[in-house]
Design a protein around this ligand. Structure first.
Ligand SMILES: Cc1cc2nc3c(=O)[nH]c(=O)nc-3n(C[C@H](O)[C@H](O)[C@H](O)COP(=O)(O)OP(=O)(O)OC[C@H]3O[C@@H](n4cnc5c(N)ncnc54)[C@H](O)[C@@H]3O)c2cc1C
Length: 301
């Protein structure tokens, strides 16, 4: 078993962590394109890369496959996302056991959402009701010394613009604090486009006594269609006027639109760096171009 550095140590290594998120590819061609992108992004020496976890069986297997490939073919620590919705304790235990044996050092512990095609899904029968239950489960796994490489580092999600299920932002912060107290090592945020949301979130965390690193989720806007899709998501992003002003004239000019999206994201990241953000986490959509350009301009590549 190779030595696994704990995520707390990994995040301490540089003043600002740079990390990338991928989703499991659905075809051979998509897998090969993704791996080319990962190899290009490896040049930025990312702190870690994370791999999302889907709602169904086959996409879940693909998360595992991609994590294994990152472990075997790169030197970047992979952080698999793990959602507990719909999973039994025995299933989660098997997944943790497997990742521990394979040398995975960190997991992003999430609740997830019920499958979209099951609007009547009854969450009350689930073994895990909230992400905190998964955090506690992983903590017990660690405490029982089940990880041969040490213990799992644990990331959790945070929502600078707020999570739609908890409109009361004070109660939402109590829930986040509870996840942290249960054993989370860092928070990775949902994407946002207005840095004030992140700065305010970070201040509210500090006031609540949350002192673990907060890694900021960044998504360069690549197209008008992508922006529309994002706006429609349940935890939809708020597009500030400054961003709309930047891209609105380019709806019919995809290249100019994407370039404006890169400009905006670069300025957003620069301001975050100027305010000592603990990390920048890029939602890459499995492509390297925009992220490479932004990290190059910021001098992070
Ligand atoms: C960085 C990041 C990565 C993500 N990756 C994935 C992924 O790979 N796969 C995927 O399916 N989804 C993913 N998601 C989406 C996420 O699963 C959903 O947003 C989900 O609705 C919330 O997950 P959570 O872990 O924040 O849940 P929780 O922390 O459980 O919170 C969910 C809601 O419940 C509330 N809550 C928490 N505890 C309690 C309590 N005790 N009583 C009442 N209410 C409570 C919270 O305030 C919040 O509104 C990701 C989100 C982020 C930000």
């Amino acid at each position: 078993m190779r030595h696994i550095m704990h995520i707390t140590e990994i995040l301490k290594k540089s003043s600002t962590s740079v990390s990338f998120e991928f989703f499991p590819p659905k075809s051979e061609k998509a897998a090969s394109d993704l791996f080319s992108a990962i190899k290009e992004l490896e040049a930025c020496a990312p702190t870690f890369v994370s791999v999302t976890y889907g709602a169904g069986g086959t996409t879940r297997d693909r998360t595992h496959e991609l994590v294994l490939k990152i472990l075997s073919d790169t030197s970047i620590p992979p952080v698999p996302h793990l959602t507990c919705v719909g999973h039994s304790e025995a299933e989660i235990e098997t997944i943790l056991e497997r990742y521990a044996q394979e040398g995975v050092g960190t997991v992003l512990a999430l609740r997830g959402d019920p499958p979209r095609d099951q609007p009547d899904y009854d969450r009350s029968t689930d073994s895990f009701h909230y992400a905190i239950d998964l955090v506690k489960f992983i903590k017990r796994f660690n405490d029982n010394q089940r990880h041969p490489g040490g213990s799992f580092g644990i990331g959790v999600a945070g929502f600078p613009e707020g999570h739609p299920e908890t409109p009361n932002r004070m109660i939402e912060m109590d829930h986040l604090k509870a996840k942290v107290d249960a054993g989370a090592d860092y928070i990775c945020t949902q994407l946002f486009f207005d840095n004030h949301d992140l700065f305010d979130f970070r201040d509210r965390c500090e006031l609540a006594g949350i002192s673990i690193p907060i890694v900021a989720g960044i998504m360069p806007i690549a197209s008008a269609a992508g922006m529309k899709r994002m706006a429609e998501l349940a935890a939809g992003a708020r597009f500030p006027a400054a961003l709309i002003r930047r891209v609105q004239d380019f709806a019919d000019s995809p290249q100019d639109f994407a370039a404006a999206g890169i400009d905006y994201a670069t300025e957003q990241c620069q301001e975050l760096l100027d305010h000592d953000v603990a990390g920048l986490h890029f939602y890459t959509l499995n492509k390297s171009g925009a992220t490479l350009e932004i990290t190059r301009r910021l001098g992070l590549a």
